[in-house]
Design a protein around this ligand. Structure first.
Ligand code: FES
Length: 93
């Protein structure tokens, strides 16, 4: 008898697929690795009233408030959003 707990089959498949499971929002590609914040979470924060600034995103999600290396990318997402462009789904580079 194994002492390890087994994950439910659906959970295992979600893990192997590398995406959120049913009923859980997909955070999208990671933008802020310090806080594991994805592009979809940032896009949602930007859409909130008063959310269209790097500092506002930081206050809501924490993104950009530690090492700061993601702040330029957050600003680019905000700029693309304000220009009416669809949010980039993947990071360049
Ligand atoms: S990667 Fe976002 S604060 Fe460090």
């Amino acid at each position: 008898m194994s002492a390890q707990a087994e994950a439910p089959e659906a959970c295992t498949q979600d893990l192997l697929a590398g995406r959120a499971g049913n009923g859980r929002p997909d955070p999208g590609a990671t933008v802020c690795s310090c806080f594991a914040i994805g592009i979809n979470q940032i896009a949602a924060a930007i859409a909130e009233p008063g959310g269209a600034s790097v500092d506002a995103v930081g206050k809501r999600l924490g993104a950009g408030t530690n090492c700061g290396s993601c702040r330029a990318e957050i600003q680019a997402i905000i700029s693309a959003n304000l220009a009416g462009e669809p949010e980039p789904l993947t990071r360049a580079g």
